[in-house]
Design a protein around this ligand. Structure first.
Ligand SMILES: Cc1cc2nc3c(=O)[nH]c(=O)nc-3n(C[C@H](O)[C@H](O)[C@H](O)COP(=O)(O)OP(=O)(O)OC[C@H]3O[C@@H](n4cnc5c(N)ncnc54)[C@H](O)[C@@H]3O)c2cc1C
Length: 341
């Protein structure tokens, strides 16, 4: 069988590596970093990706992971009622998740090379799972993400989403009595002092529900991470000439809490075409076209809804209207969840 090389050992690359090893395909993953490691992520996995983790036998190994059953939204000091999520979400730190997947991949006989930043050349047998494609600005705004874990925070729901004038912050409990606090923000100017000021960004304005919630937080400074140059414009897989999965294809706005699911789903969609190529039953371009069509068909509609949602959230009047709709119309939040999955 021909070997597959995956560039990037994040969620999508590791899920694909595990799935291919379960089909006995020789696989090598090149990962720039090491495990375990903290990563900017809301750590709230919701949608069909949970089924992928179950099918690949991953979910039982994520010991200590929590389930989020309900959600509340806040704007300033005002919060919605706590309402059930359409389906439970899995909350687990990327520290635990990525290290567990890496261990499983190696146990299955995969070759994992860490601390290796590979060239991202495209070519037969190479899959890009390198995460977001950096974009300095979007419409004159710089988008960046911050995350840290804290103890001493008691949540009012499995997921708390707080909208702020600078972006939004999601809170959910993960393993080991920690709460993950993760935000997406935007700024017209570069923000040079983030390494010093990140607590202020994540804690919201004084007087807000977010600020009150985090008043007693005991931050784990070592868990702080940040990412900049985010681009959220949807992209189609068919327009790319490489074989990509996860954020390397396109990134869905984080407010949906569906990016990890898309990483898992696109990895699952790649297993069968790549196994066929490896066995000599199809050409590389056939495998690439099959995967690209699957990804575009599955994700187009949720990416469209998510783009509208993201635009609304960053616009003050639209944000207020959206929040009031979620607050006053109980079914509205469920519809938004369904349409972004
Ligand atoms: C602020 C924020 C909050 C989010 N919150 C959520 C959430 O709550 N729920 C959710 O589902 N999603 C969320 N996401 C999205 C989610 O984190 C991503 O969709 C997911 O991590 C994508 O997985 P991936 O494997 O495609 O990329 P990644 O997980 O980013 O993995 C890419 C890997 O490739 C490696 N790499 C990159 N270049 C190279 C190279 N040249 N050579 C070797 N290795 C390389 C990197 O080191 C990395 O390990 C959030 C994102 C942001 C920014």
């Amino acid at each position: 069988m021909k070997a597959v090389t995956i560039i990037g050992g994040g969620l999508s690359g590791l899920c694909l590596g595990i799935g291919l090893r379960q089909h006995r395909v020789p696989v090598r993953i090149l990962e720039a970093g090491t495990y375990p490691r903290h990563k900017v992520c809301g750590e709230f996995l919701s949608g069909k990706g949970r089924e992928v983790l179950a099918t690949l036998g991953i979910e039982p190994r994520l010991t200590g992971a929590r389930e989020a059953l309900d959600v509340t939204f806040s704007l300033g000091a005002s919060s919605t009622a706590v309402r059930a999520l359409p389906s439970p979400a899995l909350c687990v730190s990327r520290w635990k998740m990525d290290a567990t997947l890496a261990e499983m991949f190696s146990e299955l006989g995969g070759e994992l090379i860490t601390s290796k930043r590979a060239s991202t050349e495209v070519g037969e047998g190479i899959v890009r799972a390198t995460g977001r494609r950096p974009q300095a600005e979007e419409g004159g705004w710089r988008l960046f993400g911050l995350k840290a874990h804290a103890r001493g925070v008691t949540l009012g729901a499995g997921l708390e989403m707080h909208f702020t004038p600078r972006g939004y912050v999601g809170l959910c409990a993960v393993e080991d009595n920690r709460v993950n606090i993760c935000g997406l923000f935007r700024s017209r100017e570069a923000v040079p002092a983030l390494a010093r000021d990140w607590r202020g960004w994540l804690s919201g304005e004084p007087g807000s529900a977010l600020h009150a919630r985090l008043a007693a937080a005991r931050w784990d400074d070592a868990s702080f991470s940040s990412v900049a140059a985010l681009g959220l414009a949807p992209r189609r897989a068919l327009l790319s000439d490489d074989m990509s999965i996860g954020d390397a294809v396109t990134m869905i706005p984080p407010v949906t809490g569906n990016g990890m699911s898309m990483a898992c789903e696109s990895a699952a969609a790649a297993i069968e075409p790549l196994a066929a190529w490896s066995a000599g039953a199809s050409s590389w371009s056939e495998a690439r076209m099959t995967l690209s069509r699957r990804i575009d068909n599955e994700f187009a509609s949720r990416l469209r809804t998510a783009a509208i949602l993201q635009r609304a959230i960053v616009h003050p009047a639209a944000r207020w209207l959206l929040f009031q709709s979620v607050k006053l119309i109980p079914a509205f939040q469920g519809i938004l969840f369904q349409k972004t999955r």
